[in-house]
Ligand binder design. Structure first.
Ligand SMILES: *[C@@H]1O[C@H](CO)[C@@H](O)[C@H](O)[C@H]1NC(C)=O
Ligand SMILES: *[C@@H]1O[C@H](CO)[C@@H](O)[C@H](O)[C@H]1NC(C)=O
Ligand SMILES: *[C@@H]1O[C@H](CO)[C@@H](O)[C@H](O)[C@H]1NC(C)=O
Ligand SMILES: *[C@@H]1O[C@H](CO)[C@@H](O)[C@H](O)[C@H]1NC(C)=O
Ligand SMILES: *[C@@H]1O[C@H](CO)[C@@H](O)[C@H](O)[C@H]1NC(C)=O
Ligand SMILES: *[C@@H]1O[C@H](CO)[C@@H](O)[C@H](O)[C@H]1NC(C)=O
Ligand SMILES: *[C@@H]1O[C@H](CO)[C@@H](O)[C@H](O)[C@H]1NC(C)=O
Length: 389
């Protein structure tokens, strides 16, 4: 899609319009929403949040924090019913998809409510099996009482955000995606009601992410503006009329197959920690004593309600699409140290630019070939579209 525009621009042509047709790979929704995810059973050992992630396999309370509600939507929430004494953590949920998605796929996340409130730090994001070598894409993320979503990439050193103001509607923040330097490369959403109370009041919204060799693109539409090509999509989706995305990370600044392996989704909610709990970020809107423990003491301990009453996702669906059914590395369990499932890939040796080191080579190479073919086909359609003009 984006390759089309730059190719047409190169020729001095108006952007070509063509039907980019991606077919449905997976539909995570309704009573089957939780079927293809692994529940993490650990404290937050990646961002220092004051929570304990619980799993239904070891803690029956998890079914109250991750379930499908009467409307058929998935609820993922922080415990808001327990009294948590000082020095203890609050229960929450982190799930990781067992499916990994190759370059060439499109992911559509439809939510009615996102977690928010003082100390609350939710995210819908993706990562490669080997983090950060295989990259991370933060699609939905925010803290405390923020009213706008922030998108980001985290990679090894050498990837930068190069999308200019014409390439996206969002506000470019840090341009260095180097994961070791902190925030990664970031883009702030400009469309209103993309997080917090405003998002919920507007009935939620939809994000679509295109993971392509030409770049990584994220679109956002509040509920009232979701295009028909998204809201009525069933077994295929046409992305050609989506227009300028909220965030664009073009390949010009970041060689996508070099910095990103196949991606699995993560949904989590933590509290305080390395972002929401930073005193200079927490105190201005949420108060407390401004100390390192201010967030924890002010928001996490003691009664869960009402502080945590809005700390929940309500998700209608997550749907994934590919140029055809080949660009999914499916059935790979994130908990497995060395996944090599047939036709699966997505393991630590998977590499979109070929040459996986060990294990599952056949499945991985097959996927790699198909993904590349898919991208070439999209490019060819773009050429025809350009010539037709
Ligand atoms: C998209 O692909 C699906 C499945 O192959 C097909 O049924 C549909 O007609 C295609 N749509 C367009 C616009 O090409
Ligand atoms: C976090 O804990 C899990 C489960 O014990 C472990 O597999 C993982 O390596 C830990 N991560 C870090 C960054 O320590
Ligand atoms: C489940 O929640 C109840 C109420 O907060 C608590 O007393 C109990 O210890 C929890 N069970 C586990 C296994 O954490
Ligand atoms: C893929 O392989 C190439 C060549 O071996 C390497 O430079 C690159 O870092 C690898 N990318 C990932 C995401 O593992
Ligand atoms: C990436 O971050 C590391 C750690 O801060 C730093 O040593 C390195 O120079 C950075 N590289 C780039 C290209 O920013
Ligand atoms: C907890 O939050 C839910 C909404 O997520 C709300 O319905 C409920 O009243 C809250 N409080 C308690 C004590 O459950
Ligand atoms: C995927 O699509 C490409 C381009 O249409 C085609 O060449 C390839 O055979 C397809 N692969 C599968 C498994 O359908």
């Amino acid at each position: 899609m984006k390759a089309t525009l730059s190719f047409a621009t190169l020729l001095g042509l108006a952007p070509a319009v063509f039907a980019a047709n991606f077919t449905l790979l997976q539909d995570y929704s309704g009573s089957k929403f939780f079927d293809r995810w692994t529940f993490i059973d650990n404290f937050d050992n990646t961002t220092n949040g004051d929570i304990q992630y619980i799993s239904p396999s070891t803690n029956s309370n998890a079914s109250q924090l991750a379930f499908v509600n009467g409307a058929g939507n998935a609820i993922i929430k922080v415990d808001n019913t327990s009294f948590v004494p000082y020095n203890e953590k609050r229960d929450s949920i982190r799930i990781e998809s067992q499916d990994f998605y190759e370059v060439g796929s499109v992911w559509v996340f439809d939510a009615i409510h996102l977690p928010y409130g003082c100390s609350v730090w939710p995210s819908f994001w993706s990562k490669g099996f080997d983090w950060p070598r295989q990259g991370e894409i933060d699609i939905v993320e925010g803290i405390n009482l923020m009213s706008a979503n922030q998108m980001a990439l985290h990679t090894f050193a050498g990837c930068t955000a190069s999308g200019g103001s014409g390439a996206m509607t969002g506000a470019l923040g840090d341009t260095n995606c180097n994961s070791t330097t902190g925030s990664g490369c970031t883009v702030g959403e400009k469309t209103g009601n993309s997080f917090g109370q405003g998002f919920a009041a507007g009935g939620g919204g939809v994000w679509a992410t295109q993971f392509d060799t030409s770049g990584i693109y994220i679109w956002y539409w509040p509920r009232a503006n979701v295009p028909a090509s998204v809201s009525t999509a069933t077994d295929s989706i046409d992305i050609s009329a989506w227009g300028t995305p909220s965030a664009a990370f073009p390949a010009a600044g970041c060689n996508i197959p070099e910095f990103f392996g196949p991606q699995q989704f993560v949904l989590d909610i933590t509290l305080c920690g390395d972002w929401a709990g930073v005193p200079s970020l927490y105190q201005p809107t949420c108060g407390g004593d401004g100390s390192a423990q201010g967030c924890y003491v002010n928001s996490v301990i003691n009664a869960g309600s009402p502080n945590m009453d809005n700390a929940y996702f309500e998700i209608r669906s997550i749907k994934t699409y590919g140029v055809n059914s080949s660009v999914v590395a499916t059935g790979t369990n994130a908990a497995s140290p060395n996944p090599t499932s047939n036709g699966g890939g997505g393991g630590s040796s998977s590499n979109s630019s070929g040459g996986g080191q060990s294990g599952g080579a056949e499945g991985i190479m097959g996927l790699t070939r198909n993904a590349v073919v898919g991208v070439i086909v999209a490019g060819a359609a773009a050429v025809f579209g350009g010539l037709a003009l």
